[in-house]
Design a protein around this ligand. Structure first.
Ligand code: HEC
Ligand SMILES: [Cu+2]
Length: 467
């Protein structure tokens, strides 16, 4: 009955006091929510990177939140399984959105299948343990914490059950946004990203089930550093999207347990950063530090189309431990804002290699292609397809001319793996000789099937005679 009444209030959007006439007796059970005649809202939680919609309220309410702690085996990377501990089955747990002055009634249930007790410490709470003290919940039980959200900001929540570092390292964290009374400024997109470090017994990309490694945790040497708990969570099908000319806000948290994040988006400048998610706003920021157990709100304008990489600029973590996401910005090119240099200007700088296609190809590969396809041509899972042993490339080597000239986007399959991403055009930046050279270099390395592309082939495609 209790939950029926609450469900009714949610479905109809009625204020609690309006339904008192029908449900007066039961409503009394709701206690102080009724005493203060505050609107009671049951918040619908969404899995990351989705964010609950901005609040439209000009008054405080009682917000009811349901979290369930779940211990769950999932993939941490392609072919690598890990026993995560979660809030609501996702990493991070769902983002909670309330307004300053709201009373939050947080129900923390622990899945009956759990092996451990869990609790919750919300950094938005002023009280012992941030709520942890009163929410220790054995498997199959539920605790309720009621608190007033007294300060606005973006706050981390996490499990604080001993051993705390282990509960956090297994994925038990998320964010709670306490909106200021006036709300946040309007933007076109809001997304939710949270970094965390993970410790597996096996090395990076060792496949199969990988147990938690406490010694690596103690040494603070993670095997994986990830956005949203899985390598590739924000890549390809999971990429964030926007259009040219829009404003994007990211709610970025860092669960840790150990590393501090140097959060950066390659090819963007943050118009606004709420430093450490407090009320101080900084402008025109390239990289923002996000402490373990801290957060940041960043806002930027998507002026130019393309794929932009979310990284921790302690960059080894992004290219060798998994902390990589994508923001795909769609729309027309903006040559007045961003354009490749002319082939002629580049050509003057290297007369020495003029007649050696393989030398030219190797240079171009190292300077340009390897940034994404990697120095060994193996690409990056979920983000950049391999050029090594690529069935896609070897099936039609000349098709690659058009790809390098004009770029490529849309879904393709390389070696039985789907990619849905975007490669920029290099036609403005590379000469026919350079494109011929790099493709010849690639075709004759990385166990590809050989062959050669002549500058004339490139010039034909450029002129629109082929492909
Ligand atoms: C900024 C990252 C980036 C750079 C730099 C880059 N590529 Fe790509 N490339 C991609 C992406 C992403 C795809 C897949 C696009 C899709 O999913 O539709 C791709 C696809 C390809 C493909 C077809 C798929 C395959 O694996 O065979 C070829 C060939 C290719 N690139 C060659 C090159 C060459 C040669 C260079 C250097 C001149 C280069 N790329 C530079 C990102 C990049
Ligand atoms: Cu826990």
């Amino acid at each position: 009955m209790y939950s029926d009444v609450r469900g009714q209030c949610v479905r109809t959007g009625q204020k609690l006091w309006q339904s008192l006439g029908h449900f007066g007796l039961i409503a009394i059970l709701l206690g102080s929510a009724v005493a203060s005649a505050e609107e009671v809202i049951q918040e619908t939680l969404l899995a990351p990177p989705a964010v609950p919609a901005p609040l439209q309220r000009d008054h405080a309410a009682t917000v009811v939140i349901h979290l369930q702690t779940q211990e769950k085996e999932m993939e941490i990377a392609d072919g690598v399984r890990y026993d995560f501990w979660t809030f609501n089955g996702s990493i991070p747990g769902p983002m909670i959105r309330v307004r300053e002055g709201d009373t939050v009634e947080l129900h923390l249930a622990n899945d009956p299948h759990s092996r451990m007790s869990h609790n919750i410490d919300l950094h938005a709470v002023m009280g012992p343990g941030g709520g942890a003290a009163v929410t220790v919940t054995p498997p199959g039980h539920e605790s309720v914490l009621r608190f007033k959200a007294m300060r606005s900001g973006l706050f981390v929540y996490h499990c604080a059950t001993a051993p705390v570092p282990m509960h956090i390292a297994n994925g038990m964290y998320g964010l709670i946004l306490v909106e200021p009374p006036k709300g946040l400024g309007k933007v076109d997109h809001e997304y939710y990203v949270m970094q965390g470090d993970f410790y597996t017994t096996g090395a990076y990309h060792d496949t199969g089930h990988q147990p938690f490694d406490i010694q690596k945790l103690i040494n603070e040497q993670p095997t994986y550093v990830l956005f949203n708990g899985r390598e590739g969570a924000l890549v390809g099908a999971g990429a964030l999207h926007a259009k040219v000319g829009e404003k994007v806000r990211l709610f970025v948290g860092n669960g840790g347990p150990n590393l501090v994040s140097s959060f950066h988006i390659i090819g963007q400048i943050f118009d606004e950063v709420a430093t450490e998610a407090g009320s101080e706003v900084n402008h025109n920021v390239q990289t923002t530090l996000i402490p373990a157990g801290g957060a940041s709100m960043v806002q930027f304008s998507t002026l130019v189309p393309g794929t932009f990489l979310l990284v921790d600029h302690s960059i080894t973590r992004s290219f060798m431990k998994g902390a990589l996401g994508q923001l795909v910005v769609a729309g027309p090119q903006q040559p007045q804002l961003y354009q490749g240099v002319t082939a002629a200007a580049v050509a003057v700088e290297k007369p020495m290699e003029a007649n050696d296609p393989m030398a030219i190809g190797k240079r171009v590969f190292t300077q340009i292609c390897s940034a994404c396809h990697q120095g060994n041509g193996m690409g990056l899972p979920g983000a950049f397809p391999p050029l090594a042993m690529s069935d896609y490339l070897n099936a039609a080597p000349k098709r690659a001319i058009g790809i390098v000239l004009h770029g490529l986007h849309g879904k393709i399959t390389v070696n039985n793996t789907g990619y849905e991403s975007q490669m920029p055009a290099f036609g403005g930046q590379l000469s026919d000789t350079e494109i011929a050279g790099v493709l010849t270099f690639v075709l004759n390395n990385f166990n590809n099937k050989g062959g050669s592309i002549a500058p004339q082939d490139v010039s034909n495609v450029r002129a629109g005679h082929e492909n």
